[in-house]
Design a protein around this ligand. Structure first.
Ligand SMILES: *[C@@H]1O[C@H](CO)[C@@H](O)[C@H](O)[C@H]1NC(C)=O
Ligand SMILES: *[C@@H]1O[C@H](CO)[C@@H](O)[C@H](O)[C@H]1NC(C)=O
Ligand SMILES: *[C@@H]1O[C@H](CO)[C@@H](O)[C@H](O)[C@H]1NC(C)=O
Ligand SMILES: *[C@@H]1O[C@H](CO)[C@@H](O)[C@H](O)[C@H]1NC(C)=O
Length: 574
């Protein structure tokens, strides 16, 4: 904590917009809980049930529906405790079962009305096994569709779900609700599956959520309502508009997109070397309700209440990044990335992809204002896009490394560690395009020097084996997609070949795992072609929304060249 305090003293240029980067006890005591619900977000009932460890997964309890009003339930709970001051786990389990319903009771049976068995994308796939793989993936949307019951809208206090009108596609497994950044890759898949109506409904849900919350929560539960995730709504709308040519939709959406963008720029930024740059954060107090016991346990390593609160904020900020958890967010005493969750310093790291994504947002918003004929706003957002690009270039690009590097605000230096997001700016072309050739040659050297082709199952998330799920050897679909699209966009012969190689490796790996297990996974393993990942705070999940979206997208782009025999895997020949 001393590091952060001295940072505030020594570095007046690093200001913090309402963020808890302070040991100010009074400020901490004023932070609200993750939501106001005394059942789902804070209070004695939540704490008692979660610490009793009734369910293997802490998320189970906070997804259960109340049988009676919150007030009545709290009253019954008080009575129960006064009669039974030291309840056993078994007693508590019985109490929960008699007062709550099973998770999932907020949804009605629903199959997408725009589902089609043979979307045209299948015809683009030459390899027969891959075509049948894509056919199966297309069919999985039916299992991942959810529609919230109307009665939830009328009785919201009985549920933790955030009500939205239109049906949606969820990731799967324990992730029963929408997730923000997942939806970008889900939506790309849906459009290729010709489920345009479902995709549009999901976007409209997000617009209503921005109007209600001012931003998009991490996922569709009230306990996520004080943190967001990488802001990909605007790129989702761009994908939709590119696909449908519905420019009117872009014009209608643009003010809401600008509202979300402004939230990030005014509530999530710090000044670094004269540039306004975004960081991940969270402004609530206490542990994450859905991982309550886990958070209390890691906080036990801290002695004061203030330090525990700081730790909760770091955990929640890492959750906002989508990469929960990872050595990427560990800052040790030497400014390295060794440590445990106790070393999380997410709020003090300026992340490459977040700033590049915001550049992308500003560019797209400018384009949409252009469709609206609003030249004033178009010019304004182009200027903001330029400012963010300059910041990414000046603060994050590291010429010697040949990549963009996260910036550590505590030690005032770039972090040299490998993360696929170090190449994220290639994805949305957040660089000076006149220097494209130069950047391409640097980046290809970086890929070689970092030996990213040494792994049969894909580019690992980091090179650190911490046991966290966003670390070595796990490989995640969105990061593979980000790399592949980025290298393809870079547009040199070498970078396009690399992109194709990695697409081949990734699709084959997912295919082999699917053939062996019948499942699509949340994460895979770099060390084995077809191996699926583990680690982290919950069981391996299957489904899986963004994984399926990425495969459909890669088969759409590379369907005529990819092979299920892997005979064209160039990297194996090196
Ligand atoms: C953004 O920050 C401002 C000022 O700190 C605050 O009033 C506002 O509520 C915040 N917006 C959201 C959506 O949290
Ligand atoms: C800390 O991390 C660095 C870089 O990841 C590594 O080289 C070093 O051996 C680590 N030190 C310890 C004590 O683990
Ligand atoms: C441009 O958009 C802004 C924000 O919606 C609006 O206030 C303004 O009136 C618009 N200007 C024109 C010329 O449409
Ligand atoms: C690739 O990296 C290896 C070391 O890992 C090095 O020997 C080789 O010269 C590099 N090749 C290029 C083209 O940079």
């Amino acid at each position: 904590m001393i590091g952060i305090l001295s940072l505030l003293l020594i570095l007046p240029c690093v200001f913090v917009n309402g963020y808890l980067i302070t040991n100010d006890v009074e400020y901490i005591s004023k932070l609200p809980p993750p939501c106001s619900s005394e059942i789902y977000c804070h209070g004695r009932l939540l704490e008692t049930i979660q610490l009793a460890h009734i369910y293997a997964d802490s998320k189970t309890f906070v997804d259960m529906k109340l049988k009676q009003s919150p007030a009545k339930t709290l009253e019954i709970f008080d009575e129960f405790l006064s009669k039974n001051p030291d309840p056993s786990t078994e007693d508590l389990k019985k109490w929960v079962e008699s007062n709550f319903e099973e998770p999932g009771s907020e949804f009605e049976n629903w199959k997408p009305d725009d589902f089609t068995k043979n979307p045209a994308v299948l015809d683009k796939i030459s390899d027969k096994s891959f075509r049948s793989f894509a056919y199966d993936l297309n069919g999985i949307w039916n299992d991942l569709g959810r529609k919230i019951k109307k009665e939830v809208h009328e009785n919201e206090e009985l549920y933790s779900i955030i009500y939205v009108e239109n049906p949606m596609i969820v990731p799967g497994g324990r992730f029963r609700e929408f997730y923000y950044w997942d939806s970008y890759w889900v939506l790309r898949g849906l459009l290729l599956s010709e489920m345009t109506h479902t995709a549009k409904g999901m976007l409209e849900n997000f617009f209503s959520i921005v109007l209600r919350f001012g931003f998009i929560p991490n996922g569709g539960r009230i306990y996520y309502s004080m943190r967001s995730q990488p802001p990909l709504l605007t790129p989702m709308v761009k994908t939709y508009v590119d696909h449908t040519k519905d420019f009117e939709f872009a014009v209608k959406a643009v003010d809401v997109l600008a509202l979300e963008f402004d939230y990030w720029m005014s509530n999530h930024t710090v000044m670094v070397k004269g540039h306004k740059m975004a960081v991940y954060g969270d402004k609530s107090s206490g542990p994450r309700p859905e991982s309550y016991r886990e958070d209390i346990e890691t906080a036990n390593g801290f002695t004061t209440d203030e330090d525990k609160e700081e730790h909760y904020s770091e955990l929640k900020a890492a959750a906002e990044s989508g990469m929960d958890f990872s050595s990427r967010w560990f800052v040790d005493a030497e400014g390295g990335n060794n440590g445990t969750l106790a070393n999380l310093k997410t709020r003090s790291i300026v992340p490459v992809e977040l700033n590049a994504i915001l550049h992308w947002n500003a560019k797209i918003i400018a384009e949409f204002y252009g469709y609206a004929g609003n030249i004033t706003k178009q010019t304004e957002y182009l200027e903001i896009a330029k400012q963010i690009l300059d910041a990414v270039n000046e603060v994050l690009w590291d010429e010697e490394t040949g990549a963009w590097l996260d910036y550590d605000l505590i030690n005032q230096k770039n972090r040299p560690f490998f993360v696929p997001t170090n190449l994220a700016p290639l994805w949305m072309r957040c660089y000076d395009v006149t220097k494209r050739e130069h950047i391409a040659s640097k980046v290809m050297k970086y890929i070689n020097n970092t030996r990213l082709d040494d792994y049969p199952g894909g580019v690992p998330t980091t090179l650190v084996k911490s046991g966290e799920q966003w670390d070595w050897p796990n490989v995640w679909a969105p990061l593979q997609h980000m790399l592949i699209v980025g290298l393809d966009n870079l547009g040199t012969k070498e970078s396009k070949e690399k992109a194709q190689d990695w697409a081949q490796r990734w699709v084959l790996s997912n295919y082999l795992a699917y053939k062996e297990s019948g499942h699509m996974f949340e994460k895979y393993m770099a060390t084995e072609l077809g191996g699926h990942g583990g680690g982290g705070e919950y069981e391996v999940q299957t489904g899986f929304g963004w994984t399926n979206g990425v495969i459909l997208d890669l088969l759409d782009h590379y369907g005529n060249v990819l092979s299920s025999s892997g005979s064209n895997l160039n990297y194996l020949k090196h």
